[in-house]
Write a protein that binds this ligand. Structure first.
Ligand code: SAH
Ligand code: SF4
Length: 360
């Protein structure tokens, strides 16, 4: 990890990184010290969460002078949209520039009544899954809780203003491994849930399979959703695709998933990206059914989204269908997920940040 100091660990407190109760406490004591009435805290909360303000200058119900003072005392972590791309299928990808110049991406995906926001948790990723563009990009740094929440806040504003609709679902399937950055992730989940009022059932954390993080998610009181990137049902094959398999092998991973199911009673999603001739045979579908058929789960089959410098191809539709049928025959719920935003390199695993032209 980079040793440099993150912008938000020094200077004024980043409000988006504080638990809502903490925000109340620090804003109230700051206001009290200035002799401001107690109701001002509610007003600040309203602007931060309800209005998704990026600056206190927007807080028109507050006296002008107070706005400036609040702006000097607290940060709202506005992200700079370095680049916005719209796919022909309605998907929108944002490239956000952070305060220290690092960049992350988030993706808005409309589907029927839903508008799902795919969030990043790290700049790059250290886990090196062979099929993933973010993995080949390497790790640069963790995001702070405020930076995670700010992607939501700024995407919400975009959705309201440019798409005329609210965000309904959040998935941590952007850049990075959320459970490798647990403290900021769990802090951000709390702010999104309690501050911005996003239902816990509408938030899903996708993980490569970090067991301690899955257990922490299981132990939390809120029913946040869990998606686990499986991609292979046999340890040896999984290890060839995903180095993490050596640290948390399948039996241990599945035991953690069971713990989550026992505690939450909420269906787990397994993600399985299909690469032609690598992990898409019907024999492997059978092995996948062997390890999942007794779990309350759903398998998302994702035809692999090609990335540069890999000698692979996406599984052709007939192989994907045969794989899905083999699972269905064994009573396992599975569906093929249409890749979205492929034309703007916004699909799963294609986020990688090329300075200058991130879509190339
Ligand atoms: N680090 C987390 C979340 C980010 S990746 C994780 O690995 O789960 C989101 C999903 O995209 C994961 O299931 C990941 O395995 C999948 N993915 C990565 N690269 C992909 C690619 N090129 N094509 C299809 N899916 C991919
Ligand atoms: Fe990291 Fe997830 Fe990509 Fe693996 S699939 S390299 S864990 S972002």
């Amino acid at each position: 990890m980079s040793q440099k100091t993150l912008p938000e660990t020094t200077g004024p407190a980043a409000l988006l990184g504080l638990a809502p109760q903490e925000l109340r406490r620090s804003v109230t004591s700051w206001l009290e010290a200035r002799g401001e009435p107690a109701y001002r805290t509610d007003q600040v909360e309203h602007w931060v969460y309800g209005q998704a303000a990026r600056s206190f200058d927007e807080a028109t119900t507050l006296p002008t002078e107070l706005r400036a003072e609040l702006g000097a005392a607290f940060r709202l972590t506005p992200l700079e949209a370095a680049w916005t791309a719209r796919s022909s299928d309605g998907t929108v990808k944002h490239l956000w520039r952070l305060e220290d110049g690092e960049q992350v991406e988030s993706v808005l995906i409309p589907a029927g009544d839903r508008l799902t926001l795919c969030l990043s948790s790290q700049v790059g990723c250290a886990l090196g899954c062979r099929f993933c563009a973010t993995g080949s990009f390497g790790f640069r740094r963790h995001l702070t809780a405020a930076e995670i929440v700010a992607q939501y806040r700024d995407s919400l504003r975009f959705a309201r203003e440019e798409m005329g609709r609210p965000i309904t679902n959040l998935v941590f399937m952007g850049m990075g491994e959320p459970l490798a950055n647990p403290e900021p992730l769990f802090a951000a989940l709390e702010v999104l849930h309690e501050g911005f009022g996003v239902g816990a059932r509408r938030i899903t954390v996708s993980t490569v399979g970090l067991v301690p993080g899955i257990l922490e998610l299981a132990r939390r009181p809120e029913p946040f959703g869990l998606a686990v990137s499986l991609h292979a049902p046999l340890s040896e094959l999984r290890a060839a695709l995903m180095p993490i398999e050596r640290r948390y092998p399948l039996p241990e991973l599945l035991a953690a998933v069971r713990e989550y199911l026992d505690r939450k009673g909420r269906r787990v999603t397994f993600e399985y990206t299909l690469i032609e001739g690598i992990n898409d045979s019907t024999e492997l579908a059978d092995s996948l059914a062997d390890i999942t058929s007794d779990l309350m789960c759903f398998i998302n089959l994702i035809p692999w989204n090609p990335i540069p410098d890999r000698p692979w191809r996406s599984s052709p539709p007939e192989r994907v269908e045969a794989f899905a049928r083999a699972l269905h025959r064994r009573g396992v719920s599975a569906a093929v997920r249409e890749p979205r935003g492929r034309d703007i390199a916004a699909a799963c695993g294609q986020l990688r940040l090329e300075h200058g032209d991130p879509a190339s």
